[in-house]
Design a protein around this ligand. Structure first.
Ligand code: SF4
Ligand code: SF4
Length: 92
């Protein structure tokens, strides 16, 4: 069977992590740095590689805000539950 080629009209994202979220993130991750054990689990699970662990710094979990989607996976996977999601723009 011959497969038809997909033809897209207009711009499409081919790499999810390359999409600059800018204005559409609804929530963002916040870290309790006192409780963080710098295990790197959040970094491993982030689907867009937006987390960097800086073990030598007090604020040891850094987020690339241009790419963080606010998905909450890092908060779900943190073994110390020290990442909480907060609404963009304050409490709702
Ligand atoms: S998963 Fe939690 S404890 Fe581990 S580095 Fe990330 S924030 Fe820290
Ligand atoms: S909220 Fe999602 S995209 Fe943002 S740092 Fe956490 S896992 Fe990555």
């Amino acid at each position: 069977m011959k497969l038809e080629r997909f033809r897209a009209e207009g711009p499409i994202a081919t790499v999810f992590g390359a999409v600059n979220t800018g204005s559409w993130r609804q929530e963002y991750p916040t870290v309790d740095y006192e409780a963080c054990i710098k295990c790197g689990t959040c970094q491993r699970y982030c689907p867009v590689d937006a987390i960097t662990i800086r073990a030598d710094q007090e604020e040891c979990v850094a987020f690339a805000w241009d790419f963080c989607k606010g998905c909450g996976i890092c908060a779900n996977e943190c073994p110390k539950t020290c990442i909480k999601m907060a609404p963009v723009g304050g409490e709702r």
